[in-house]
Design a protein around this ligand. Structure first.
Ligand code: K1U
Ligand code: ZN
Length: 176
């Protein structure tokens, strides 16, 4: 298994729209395993293929308490949604930034597993939030796109500053 590189905002590749998965082969199973390892290693509860620069409709998640129930959703579609919830969201592609986002409270989703078998599932609470967040990635949308342009710009500046500090620290570490 390999750990994959996660693209970070404002990388334009995060805005690409993913296309349907139509081949269910060993390469797809390896991608699912690598994405799952990458999600766990980054302490995430979800990861969309777009974030690792693969523009296919595929996401992994694990919202279980013990982090031992990985799930994969290929070609996911929301069949119905009910209610509203506001939840604080984070994103591995927007590190260190958290914001409240309004989403549906309950969803019914149809997707395929890594063998191509179709299944339907009902999700609510954080599970539903995470699926909606990851499905947004597959259409090139980030949770910061729900913020005002002013707040989004502040996020961009904060990330630029974080990166400069990290680069300086790495340089100092090299000198010492
Ligand atoms: O980058 C991602 O898409 C993963 C993202 C998923 C997510 C987290 C929270 C709400 C919606 C979607 C993360 O896993 S961010 C890191 C994280 O584990 C986390 C952050 C805030 C709340 C709960 C978890
Ligand atoms: Zn995300």
């Amino acid at each position: 298994m390999s750990k994959l590189n996660i693209l970070e905002f404002p990388d334009s590749r995060l805005t690409k729209v993913a296309s349907a998965v139509d081949i269910f082969d060993e390469a797809l199973k390896t991608l699912v395993q690598d994405m799952t390892e990458t999600m766990y290693s980054a302490n995430g509860i979800g990861l969309a293929a777009t974030q690792v620069n693969v523009h296919k409709r595929l996401l992994v998640l694990d919202v279980s308490e013990n982090r031992d129930q990985p799930r994969v959703y290929i070609n996911p579609q929301i069949l119905s949604s009910e209610g509203e919830q506001i939840h604080e969201e984070g994103c591995l592609s927007v590190p260190g930034i958290y914001a409240n986002v309004k989403r549906a409270e309950k969803i019914t989703i149809k997707a395929q597993d890594a063998d191509g078998n179709s299944f339907e599932e009902r999700a609510q609470g954080l599970h539903a939030v995470c699926i909606q967040h990851e499905m947004d990635h597959l259409i090139g949308r980030l949770f910061v796109d729900y913020l005002s342009p002013l707040k989004r710009n502040m996020v961009k500046k904060k990330l630029e500053k974080q990166r400069k500090v990290a680069a300086k620290e790495a340089e100092e570490h090299l000198v010492i």
